[in-house]
Design a protein around this ligand. Structure first.
Ligand SMILES: Cc1cc2nc3c(=O)[nH]c(=O)nc-3n(C[C@H](O)[C@H](O)[C@H](O)COP(=O)(O)OP(=O)(O)OC[C@H]3O[C@@H](n4cnc5c(N)ncnc54)[C@H](O)[C@@H]3O)c2cc1C
Length: 387
């Protein structure tokens, strides 16, 4: 066992760091408060080879490892936390599912724009009545000739209002086995979007209404029976959220550390007060522990998809750690930490969302408990004689 990065990984990290310092440091504060997707950053990242890091070269990607993608997201976040979202969209989300399970034709049609930073793909899983219980989703795909007609509603979808295409979870038939996924373009006939609303992190989201949308057979990604594969792919997305939580926590820790080294009260530097030193010690313990859990899940995944249990443990820990570190960093910085003069308050709001998105803390802990007891626990009410 070796707890250091390999020389190649160190070299990659240093190159990403240099790029981030040169191209992303300026404007980092303003970028975080702009609800628009940072398309300029996405194009810069495409030129730098930071989109499609894990996607094979024959599909237009970089042929790297998941660990490389994690290093990229962490290193970018250290300089410009908002730009880490671009690394997420171009490596960890629905793009990875498309690259893994999409047909040659689907990859040819969509990947080029996504990897050039000109477009994004979003994932529509959540529905008004199917959140944590995602397998309750109602969006239905009914056969129509060789293709399907899709009707339903998707909520809370990150990027929905400007994405090229939505990887849409649909029901081809009853039960978990009836779930699969299709690609639906935003401009397709029958797709409508509602009024934008805002998350606490400042991002906008819209409801997407699918009204009898025709999906040609060539846009089916996974047919019925595909749910397990989709969730295996979704574990990659979860690791991206995990990495961003920890990275934003680290950003806040570094900001507060600098503050404590220069700010004086009662004639002393803040770092000389033991009450604050212990906060930093606790932040540091969480950062180190989270880092090991994150790297374990990423390194072990490099032979395939991440393990569900290791991903759940890493995400549950890092989501909570990122949020708590951001909160403590804010406390250390006093009134200044609570203002928009630094990104600490933004990181705090952003980390809060990841305790809900992509598998809430409670749902992750349910999954971890199953691996503890090596059995499944149905979350549904027990069946009675009356059914
Ligand atoms: C910032 C953000 C971005 C998002 N982006 C996307 C996206 O791109 N695509 C997409 O499809 N969705 C997205 N979502 C939606 C997200 O996946 C859901 O919000 C999440 O799955 C929870 O579902 P819900 O909001 O319906 O809450 P509910 O499922 O109603 O849960 C409410 C509360 O009950 C708890 N709970 C539920 N079931 C259990 C249980 N069995 N045991 C213990 N506790 C339980 C939950 O943990 C939660 O605390 C996003 C959400 C956020 C906040």
């Amino acid at each position: 066992m070796d707890f250091r990065l390999t020389p190649e990984e160190e070299q990659f990290r240093d190159a990403v760091r240099g790029f981030a310092e040169r191209r992303l440091r300026a404007g980092a504060l303003a970028r975080a408060h702009d609800p628009e997707h940072p398309w300029d950053v996405a194009k810069l990242m495409a030129e730098q080879g930071l989109l499609g890091i894990t996607i094979p070269e024959q599909d237009g990607g970089q042929g790297g490892t998941l660990m490389d993608a994690v290093i990229a997201i962490e290193t970018v976040a250290q300089v410009c936390p908002r730009s880490a979202d671009v690394v997420q969209a171009g490596n960890f989300g629905a793009i990875r599912v498309l690259a893994e399970y999409g047909t040659k034709d689907q990859k040819r049609r969509y990947l080029k724009r996504l990897l050039s930073g000109e477009g994004v793909i979003c994932v529509g899983m959540t529905e008004p009545e199917a959140g944590s219980a995602v397998t309750d989703l109602k969006t239905e795909a009914r056969p129509d000739g060789d293709g399907y007609r899709v009707s339903g509603e998707k909520v809370f979808t990150t990027h929905a209002q400007y994405s090229d295409v939505m990887l849409t979870y649909v029901r081809f038939g009853p039960g978990v086995g009836g779930i699969g996924s299709v690609l639906i373009e935003r401009g397709a006939e029958g797709v409508k979007q509602g009024k934008p609303s805002r998350f606490l992190n400042g991002e906008e989201w819209v409801t997407t209404y699918l009204d009898n949308v025709y999906v040609p057979p060539q846009n089916v990604v996974l047919k019925e029976g595909g749910f397990k594969k989709q969730i295996a792919g979704f574990n990659v997305e979860r690791l991206g959220n995990t990495a961003r939580s920890l990275a934003l926590g680290r950003y806040c820790y570094e900001t507060a550390r600098e503050w404590a080294l220069t700010r004086r009260q009662f004639g002393r530097l803040l770092c000389e007060f033991q009450g604050l030193q212990w906060k930093f010690a606790e932040m540091k313990i969480k950062l180190d522990a989270g880092q090991l859990l994150l790297y374990r899940a990423a390194v072990n995944a490099d032979t395939g998809m991440p393990s569900a249990a290791e991903t759940a443990i890493a995400k549950a820990f890092c989501n909570q750690a990122g949020f708590e570190i951001a909160s403590e960093a804010m406390q250390v910085m006093g009134g200044m930490g609570y203002t928009e003069e630094t990104l600490v308050e933004w990181c705090f709001r952003k980390c809060r969302g990841w305790m809900i998105a992509g598998g809430s803390l409670e749902v992750l802990k349910n999954r971890i408990a199953e691996s503890v007891f090596e059995r499944t626990f149905s979350q549904r009410p027990p069946k009675t004689d009356k059914g």
